[in-house]
Write a protein that binds this ligand. Structure first.
Ligand code: UTP
Length: 407
């Protein structure tokens, strides 16, 4: 991108101030600024005009294949899932572009050592879990890792240094998710420095468009991949490319699937699956009314009991269709450090603007079917979100040990 094309793009979005200091910059800084402009998705700013419009449709409970249903059909599901993996139809996509602010660890979250008596990194736990399926099926599963501009270098080097934790590097790919700009309350993009736009990863919903942009999606399709198992970095008990889950989604003719756990308590802070206007959907815990939180079915079970654990299975042809539509954009008030008009760097004490994110959970509502697949939470859900307390390093260690993982 050159100066002229950058300027015309910025003018279109009313953001030409980004180039105010361009003439003061050296060659390297100029190139860096143009590169940032090229990598930013400015269309996300359109969401500011629709901020007030985000209304939910008619929400109803959804039924799942329960642990009991799965036990009955296990053999059939396993056979179908293993067959799909052996035929090279399944790839795994790790979402590791987040900033992990709650954990307060300044490196990529996957580099966190969760071991007690030995080194055991979060990335390593995930690779070990995937290797279980590689061994079971005698098939290398393409393993694609999404990073962000902020953590890509550290992540790639870490995998190399550790020899991919025993994974076959020919099957590993990395791609970088897009960034979204941070703006003031009037929608003007903040600068962090004269050559640096204030931006952050555009949320985990950006994974598919970024995968396509990277060229890796085409490569996977060329290899015959038809299903993508997408999962979060922070669940160390995550079962990846689980043949039984894959088989269940295929056997039920579903377009997508989502692993779910029964909520531990009505108030548990997880998004829950539901039907919204006749289509599968997920409502975040903070969107649940009190009535919905405690609502019960005739059998006494919670009506909205299936919490999502960020482990989804998507069919590639459906993803291509979905990618033609616009994802909902979530706008969040944040404290955004910035450079003021006198060139001083300011760290605000209260929110001074908005950040933009798209969320993978919104993709579920873009499908016509999604199979909620219930798993045993103590065996498959050990999120590392916080330093201590709920969903912390301590709770995850305990669950790893309970599942026979040497830590
Ligand atoms: P979280 O919603 O927990 O966000 O991510 P986070 O950034 O990791 O952590 P906090 O909220 O700052 O503490 C859920 C999953 O989505 C990925 C994360 O890496 C994690 O696997 N993610 C999140 C991305 O890949 N990109 C993003 O922009 C945001």
């Amino acid at each position: 991108m050159n100066y002229e094309s950058a300027m015309s793009l910025l003018e279109k979005y009313g953001q030409s101030h980004i180039l105010n200091y361009y003439n003061e910059l050296d060659e390297q800084q100029k190139n860096s600024l143009l590169e940032q402009i090229k990598n930013i998705d400015f269309s996300i700013l359109d969401a500011l005009d629709k901020k007030a419009d985000a209304k939910r449709g008619k929400i109803e409970p959804i039924s799942a294949v329960t642990k009991e249903d799965i036990a009955v059909n296990k053999e059939k599901y396993l056979e179908t899932g293993i067959e799909a993996i052996k035929a090279g139809k399944v790839a795994a996509v790790l979402l590791a572009g987040g900033q992990g602010t709650r954990l307060g660890f300044d490196k990529p979250k996957g580099m966190f050592n969760i071991g007690e008596n030995k080194e055991l990194y979060i990335f390593e736990c995930l690779v070990n879990n995937l290797l279980d399926v590689v061994k079971m099926t005698d098939t290398w599963i393409p393993f694609v890792i999404m990073t962000s501009e902020k953590n890509n270098k550290d992540t790639v080097e870490f995998f190399k240094e550790h020899n991919y934790f025993g994974y076959n590097s020919e099957y590993v790919r990395f791609f970088i998710q897009d960034m979204a700009p941070s703006v003031d309350f009037n929608g003007k993009i903040y600068m962090e420095d004269k050559d640096r736009i204030s931006s952050s990863p555009n949320g985990n919903g950006g994974w598919f468009s970024s995968l396509v942009r990277s060229g890796i999606f085409d490569e996977l399709c060329g290899m015959g991949v038809e299903w993508l198992n997408v999962f979060a970095v922070d669940n160390v008990l995550q079962r990846i490319a689980d043949p039984c889950f894959i088989g269940a989604v295929i056997e039920t003719g579903s377009e997508s699937g989502s692993k779910v756990v029964s909520k531990a308590a009505p108030e548990e802070k997880v998004g829950v699956m539901c039907i919204e206007d006749g289509k599968p959907s997920i409502v975040e815990y903070y969107e649940l009314t009190d009535e919905m939180t405690y609502q019960q079915l005739e059998n006494g079970q919670l009506a909205y009991r299936y919490g999502v654990i960020l482990n989804y299975l998507f069919r590639t042809d459906c993803l291509v269709e979905i990618n033609k539509q616009k994802m909902p954009v979530h706008i969040v008030d944040k404290k955004i450090p910035y450079m003021n008009e006198n060139g001083e760097f300011i760290t605000p004490e209260k929110p001074n603007g908005f950040k933009f994110e798209t969320l993978i959970l919104d993709m579920i509502h873009m499908h016509s079917s999604c199979l909620p697949y219930e798993v045993e939470r103590n065996n498959e859900f050990a999120p590392v979100k916080n330093k201590d307390g709920v969903d912390s390093v301590e709770t995850a260690r305990k669950l790893l040990a309970e599942n026979g993982v040497e830590i």
